[in-house]
Write a protein that binds this ligand. Structure first.
Ligand SMILES: *Cc1c(COP(=O)(O)O)cnc(C)c1O
Length: 367
């Protein structure tokens, strides 16, 4: 049993299980030569908006593009500031950087590892235009607290939901809490395309129309361009693959929850700390991250027992070289820095077998 390697993510099991259905759709895309945008993407957009409980969804070619277009459609640009948690994937702060605005980093709480709402107001200046909250590891951040601050200071709220397709906050799915929400369909995400992909959800028709134009060269009528736009369209194969997978996402998310529940209750080793799961959130467990003081020894122990850990993310955004010019120092976001230094991602995907989960739990409890 222990000779079997268990990694953080195995994409093959899921894709084998739906291969025939997937290939049947690919054949249709091929026969229709619907390779860029087109009916397969439109059909997925409609389903995805329904899934999120929003009026609209605009499919694009990546989560990073989704965040970029969100900034443009909200009019964020040169000289503006956007508040972002320090512990997120680097694509979140890229969004303001792409439009000449500045990301302003806020620390996370020591237990939920989500943005610490109590620190946000201290970072607001006359230049602040928006907050991008991140539903980290699949768990919604404290949306109501952040929304109150947005209302009080007249700021836009954007959800970075790249890790949280179907996650719930106080019983409602993420995607419609702010002006817009940005999703990623990178293959490793809970809902991953056979290729790259992303989407923006919104309930605002003006944003919806503008986003549709922006992703397509700033054009609503072919060869007439009202503003500088982008080629951020989603491909037909990606759209078709996502429509197939969307039928299964609730089941897959539930399987992840089952694994997570076992980790949360059966890992009893006091040296291991897990992300606090507040009552008002329903995580979809994109990742299952733990921390421990002696990380290297723990990772070696796992590897010695054929469990291959991963690290999300080893350097917090405010200390990345790309942002050296912003002059953040170690100690500016201590909780995010601790997490970066100590984080270990355990195996987490829907198709994990019970025996594999047994093995992970057993190995960790013996550490
Ligand atoms: C994956 C991810 C993105 C970027 O999505 P891509 O599709 O890879 O461009 C943005 N934000 C977060 C939090 C992510 O995890």
């Amino acid at each position: 049993m222990e000779n079997m390697k268990i990694s953080c993510l195995d994409l093959k099991r899921q894709h084998q299980s739906i291969k025939e259905e997937m290939f049947a759709q690919f054949e249709k895309v091929y026969e229709n030569t619907a390779f860029s945008g087109g009916p397969f993407v439109a059909a997925f957009e409609e389903d995805f908006a329904k899934f999120c409980g929003t009026k609209y969804a605009v499919a694009v070619n990546s989560g990073t593009s989704a965040l970029h277009l969100a900034m443009i459609s909200l009019g964020i640009g040169e000289g503006d500031e956007v508040i972002i948690p320090a512990n997120t994937f680097i694509a979140t702060p890229w969004a303001p950087s792409y439009v000449g605005a500045t990301p302003v980093f806020v620390d996370c709480t020591p237990d939920t590892w989500e943005i610490d709402a109590s620190l946000i107001e201290g970072k607001i200046t006359s230049k602040t235009k928006a907050i991008i909250g991140v539903h980290l590891y699949g768990q919604p951040f404290d949306i109501d607290s952040v929304k109150d601050i947005c209302r009080k200071h007249n700021l836009f709220l954007i959800e970075d939901a790249a890790q949280a397709h179907g996650a719930k906050y106080k019983g409602t799915r993420v995607g419609g809490f702010g002006e817009m929400a940005c999703f990623s369909f990178y293959p490793g995400k809970n809902l991953g395309a056979c290729g790259e992909g992303g989407a923006i959800t919104t309930n605002n028709e003006d944003y919806y129309k503008h986003l549709q134009s922006l992703r397509n060269h700033g054009s609503t009528e072919r060869y007439y361009h009202d503003e500088v736009g982008y080629n951020y369209r989603m491909g037909g194969f990606e759209g078709a693959s996502l429509k197939v997978k969307l039928q299964y996402i609730d089941g897959w998310n539930n399987q992840r929850r089952t694994v997570a529940k076992r980790y949360l209750t059966e890992i009893t080793n006091p040296k291991i700390k897990m992300q606090l799961q507040p009552d008002f959130t329903e995580s979809i467990f994109h990742l299952f991250v733990v921390t421990t003081h002696e990380k290297d020894a723990f990772v070696k122990h796992l590897a010695d027992h054929n469990i291959i850990a991963a690290f999300h993310y080893p350097v917090p955004c405010h200390l990345q070289k790309a942002y050296a010019h912003l002059n953040y120092q170690p100690g500016d976001c201590p909780n995010a820095e601790y997490l970066a230094e100590k984080c270990i991602s355990l195996p987490m995907f829907a198709e994990l077998k019970n025996e594999e989960v047994d093995q992970v739990i057993d190995v960790i409890n013996r550490y």
